[in-house]
Design a protein around this ligand. Structure first.
Ligand code: ZN
Length: 259
């Protein structure tokens, strides 16, 4: 069998649920389990971002937004394979519905509670910050950005009881100015998405990730990690999904500004 080098060790999931009407960013529990078993069979170990050792054959599973379906489905599956993960929580929405996501108004789902996050921390998971409100941070004033970064970090640290060192910018929207503020707020790692397109100098560490989506076949899933002939397609897929996400924000903004 041909073997390909590993080019990426970070994966992003959002919801892991049977409720498929929730869209592309949902993975079914069966898919998730198949993927985790495949990683284990390939000899990967699972690590959080904050405890990752690049010298080891480790994979970093991450969950953006902190949905309660992660607690219900993903955590037991990861436990079966001896894995841990990093969850990026949105602090103003912990224990609440995802009303920040205007695309799912009629199909809102629950975020995890503080109790859930503490349980995961006790299992060895990392709880990172995804900000307070899931706003596109590069559009906010410096004062609001500082508040998003500092208050979310402090609230997680106070209520979960573990240091928060990784920040994940909502909508993967970041620039050099935001990176400086992230560093000033006391984070030393930032979780971002492919494509990378040349990363700027930054005192902290970039954690690149590829998203996993509902229609990913096993070959496409593996192409998110291994530099095989399908890998450029996996990166292109991520690029398209990023653009669709940003397009939706623009569309919504136009709708609101007309109203
Ligand atoms: Zn998010």
């Amino acid at each position: 069998m041909l073997s390909f080098p590993v080019y990426n060790r970070g994966l992003v999931y959002h919801k892991v649920s049977e409720k498929l009407e929730l869209g592309l960013t949902t993975t079914t529990p069966t898919q998730f389990k198949t993927q985790m078993l495949a990683l284990k069979r390939l000899g990967f170990m699972f690590s959080t971002i904050d405890k990752n050792n690049p010298e080891m054959h480790q994979i970093m599973i991450t969950f953006d937004d902190g949905y309660s379906s992660i607690m219900d489905y993903a955590a037991p599956i990861l436990d079966e394979v001896g894995g841990v993960a990093t969850v990026f929580a949105i602090t103003d929405y912990i224990g609440k519905k995802n009303s920040w996501d205007y695309f799912t108004k009629d199909k809102q789902v629950d975020h995890m509670s503080w109790g859930h996050l503490r349980q995961l921390k006790n299992l060895g998971w990392e709880i990172g910050s995804h900000g307070r409100s899931h706003k596109r941070m590069i559009n906010l004033s410096i004062k609001s950005i500082q508040d998003e970064l500092e208050s979310s970090k402090k609230e997680i640290e106070d209520k979960v009881g573990a240091e928060v060192s990784t920040f994940c910018p909502p909508f993967n929207a970041w620039n050099s100015e935001l990176l400086l503020l992230i560093e000033e707020a006391g984070y030393n790692k930032v979780a971002i998405s492919y494509p990378l397109n040349g990363l700027p100098n930054w005192a902290g560490e970039f954690i690149p990730r590829q998203g996993v989506y509902l229609h990913d076949s096993m070959p496409l899933f593996l192409a998110k990690l291994f530099a095989n002939p399908l890998a450029p397609i996996a990166v292109l897929q991520q690029q398209i999904i990023n653009l669709v996400g940003n397009g939706k924000i623009l569309e919504n903004w136009l709708k609101h500004s007309r109203a």
